[in-house]
Every structure is written in structure tokens, then in C-alpha cells.
Design a binder for this molecule. Structure first.
Ligand code: ATP
Ligand code: MG
Length: 421
């Protein structure tokens, strides 16, 4: 017996209304904020992610699905969207368009992780990017679009975790302060942190080891080491968030350990999902486009994991738009009635309505049961007697009222009943 690969899951028809709700809400909210959809390939050259996500990150060091194709090209299933989006921005010369270029993507991402609740090897993200503008108003807009998305899904208790990690001008001095601090406590560090201390000291701040927590609490904070530019950017973003009434917490542990991540870093937490399980994470990457071979271009983006949202919606049995039911179900008795039903069901479908027809040699009673199960509003019943008179019997599935409708008008008669009985 085959099973879906570990860490992957099927999204069954009965799950689809939740997914459809999440996807259509995402697209609707993104459009309200002026983001256009961009679809990028599921795989890219491996080196794009190595440079764009960065060596030393969990993703690049441990989590990529990489393979060599039959032509010898090294490829990787996308573990995230930003690198691919920036590749597309550069490749299509989008710097010549009005800036910022505002795009969103929805689709699967792949990471080789240890599967557990809310953590999969194939999962879905809503990814939103604003490329080409450094105004902190853009940061506020990126935060707001995700915030509004979560609100539109009905999630409450949203909490924004915010930090500013500086830029190439001010970060070196901060890194020095961080290293000096940690070097004087090196005996108290976990093994991982001792290793990270020389290579990537920022990462010590998001260590999960219990022993490292008191050290993190006392560590120097990036926001106390910002240059004038970063400091002003941060102050303005906070003023915009205050203006919008978006509560936030300054969280100095929030970091991205790579040079091209600059200034704003944030996560959104939602009630019921738990503090460790942020739903969204994002940040500014003013150095990334240049790192990937483009002109120096500021940018900021955010990604939101969709599985956790869908599973919460399901757990809470939240009402979502129901799946489409057929307008009509066609039942028949006899061979010539079957042919007439076949013509009529196809005619109704060509008028844009959803319609079903019975299969197999089932009794009319069994067909009516099937009509009931299908959730159709109407059953059209064709028998030899009716056929001889050129009519069909149409029964309302709600109150079992019946009328006779001329066969030639059957499809248009049903199509006119757009609101189901
Ligand atoms: P974590 O620290 O939980 O591993 P991350 O920093 O790797 O998160 P991001 O790369 O910022 O996460 O991805 C953004 C969002 O995508 C996360 O907030 C989460 O909701 C979702 N996500 C990330 N990895 C997975 C996964 N393996 N399965 C399901 N959702 C995921
Ligand atoms: Mg991760």
C-alpha cells in the first residue's frame, strides 16, 4: 500500500471549502492593497536559494529538497518565495516599472523538516512582497495586508512582534557588542551557540535552549545600536502602526542572521496558534536584489503559513462558504429517456449551471436518493410517457412540488432558477 510521502498531505474535496476560503480571502485582501499576483516556478537553480536565503540558515543547511536533473542542472524545490520573486524582478527588468512593484503569490513550498503538528515537508504560503521603495510606509502596508488577511479570516487577538536589526552601516558595531557580551559568558552557552558565536552571533538571540534564556534577556539590543537612518525608519514605522491602532511588542530576539536583511523584522502571532507558532514572518531585505545580481533595490516581504490557519478554521468549525451544489439532477427511465436527459444536462451545463446526471441502470427510486445526496435544488425526471408528450417532470427537492416543463425549454427553464428553491 502506498502512502503519501512523510510530511505531505492530500487536500480532500471536503477540505477544499476551507482552502478556497483562505485562498480567495488572500487574493481579495491583497488586491484591496494593490498587490498583483505573481506565479513563479516550483523549482529554481539551487544556487539562487543558497545565495538568496543564505548559507548558515536552517533552510539552506538542512531543509532543501535539491536534485540534479537529467541535464545535470542543480535544482531545488522552492523552500520559500522571496528568492524566486527577486529573481523574476531582475529577470523581467521590473525596476523600469513604477516602484514599488507589489506582488503576492500563493502555493506550496518544500522543506525537509521533522514533521509534527503544523509542520510539514510540503506546505503552503501566502507570500507578499513590495520591491523598490524604502519608505517605512511600505513596511506599515506589508504588515497591514497580512494583518487584514488574518482579520478577514476571523482570527482575533493578533499580536505584532517587531524589531529592527539595523543595516550594513550600524550592524557591525552591534555585532561587536553582541560578541563581546557573549564571549564574557561563553561557559554558560549551549554547544550550538558556542559554534554560532563566531559565525553568526545574531542567531544566538533566537536560541531555544533553556540555559541560554537568561543570557538572551541580558544581551545588548539592536535597537540601542541603530544609526540615524535606521533609527528614523524605526520611529516612523512605529508612528504609522500607532496611527493604525496596531498593537505591537518590541521583541529584540527577532532576528534574521544575514547581511542583506535590514531594518524591519516582524512576526504576527494569532490567538490559539501559540507564541512559538507564528503564522507570519517577514522583514526588509534592502541588500538582497544586489546580492542576486540586480541593481541595489530596497524591498520588504512577508510569508504566512496556510496549514495552521486552515486547521484552526476546521477545529473551530468556522462557517465557510459551502461547496457548490448542482442546480439540477437528471433522472430517467428507459434508453431514449437517457439520451434526452444526456442532451438536456449538457445544454444546462453549457448555460453555465452545475448539473448532474444519473449513471448505471438504477431504479428511479435509487436515482432520486442520489439526487437528494447531491444537494441539487431540482430533479428533472424523464420517462417514456413524458417523452412521448415532449415534457419532463421537474421536482423541487425542497418541497417536492412538481411541474411539467416542455423538453425544448428544460435547460433554459432550470437555468433561470439561479437561486435554488
Ligand atoms: P519556524 O521558526 O517555525 O521554523 P520559519 O522562520 O522557518 O519558522 P518562515 O520561513 O518565516 O518560517 O515562514 C513563514 C511561515 O511559514 C511561518 O510563520 C509558518 O507559518 C510557515 N511555515 C514555515 N515552515 C513550515 C512548515 N514546515 N510547515 C508548515 N508551515 C510552515
Ligand atoms: Mg523553519
Amino acid at each position: 500500500m502506498y502512502q503519501a510521502p512523510r510530511g505531505t498531505q492530500d487536500i480532500l474535496p471536503e477540505d477544499q471549502p476551507y482552502w478556497e476560503f483562505v485562498r480567495s480571502t488572500a487574493a481579495d485582501v491583497c488586491r484591496r492593497y494593490g498587490f498583483e499576483r505573481l506565479d513563479i516556478p516550483l523549482f529554481e537553480e539551487t544556487s539562487l536559494f543558497v545565495r538568496g536565503v543564505g548559507e548558515g540558515t536552517d533552510i539552506v543547511d538542512k531543509e532543501m529538497y535539491s536534485f540534479e536533473d537529467k541535464g545535470g542542472t542543480e535544482l531545488t524545490l522552492r523552500p520559500e518565495f522571496t528568492a524566486g520573486v527577486i529573481r523574476a524582478y531582475i529577470e523581467h527588468g521590473m525596476h523600469t516599472r513604477p516602484q514599488p512593484v507589489k506582488v503576492f503569490s500563493i502555493g506550496p513550498a518544500f522543506r525537509y523538516e521533522r514533521p509534527q503538528a503544523g509542520r510539514f515537508r510540503q506546505f503552503h504560503q501566502l507570500n507578499v512582497e513590495s520591491i523598490g521603495e524604502q519608505d517605512p510606509l511600505v513596511d506599515a502596508e506589508i504588515i497591514s495586508v497580512m494583518w487584514s488577511f488574518l482579520e478577514a479570516l476571523g482570527f482575533g487577538g493578533l499580536l505584532l512582534q517587531l524589531n529592527n536589526i539595523g543595516c550594513p552601516a550600524c550592524r557591525p558595531a552591534y555585532m561587536q557588542a553582541l560578541q563581546d557580551y557573549y564571549r564574557s559568558h561563553v561557559d554558560e552557552l549551549c554547544e550550538d551557540c558556542r559554534r554560532r558565536l563566531e559565525r553568526n552571533p545574531l542567531r544566538l538571540l533566537d536560541c531555544k535552549a533553556t540555559g541560554c534564556q537568561p543570557l538572551i534577556a541580558g544581551a545588548p539590543r539592536s535597537t540601542n545600536h541603530l544609526c540615524a537612518d535606521c533609527s528614523q525608519h524605526f520611529a516612523r514605522l512605529r508612528a504609522y502602526l500607532d496611527e493604525l491602532g496596531r498593537p505591537y511588542e518590541l521583541n529584540h530576539r527577532l532576528v534574521r542572521g544575514l547581511d542583506y536583511y535590514t531594518k524591519t523584522v516582524f512576526e504576527v502571532w494569532a490567538e490559539g496558534i501559540g507564541a512559538q507558532n507564528a503564522v507570519c514572518g517577514g522583514g526588509r531585505y534592502d541588500g538582497l536584489t544586489e546580492e542576486l545580481g540586480g541593481k541595489p533595490t530596497p524591498g520588504i516581504g512577508v510569508a504566512c503559513g496556510l496549514e495552521r490557519l486552515v486547521s484552526l478554521l476546521r477545529q473551530q468549525e468556522r462557517p465557510v462558504p459551502p461547496p457548490q451544489r448542482p442546480l439540477a439532477y437528471f433522472a430517467y427511465r428507459g434508453d431514449s429517456a437517457r439520451l434526452a436527459a444526456l442532451r438536456a444536462v449538457e445544454a444546462l451545463r453549457s448555460l453555465g449551471a452545475a448539473a448532474e446526471i444519473a449513471f448505471g441502470d438504477r431504479s428511479l427510486k435509487a436515482q432520486m436518493k442520489a439526487a437528494n445526496r447531491s444537494g441539487a435544488g431540482w430533479a428533472a425526471i424523464l420517462g417514456d410517457d413524458e417523452l412521448a408528450r415532449g415534457v419532463a417532470v421537474v421536482r423541487s427537492m425542497r418541497d417536492s412540488e412538481q411541474v411539467e416543463v416542455p423538453l425544448g425549454e428544460l435547460a433554459s427553464w432550470l437555468a433561470a432558477r439561479v437561486t435554488q428553491p
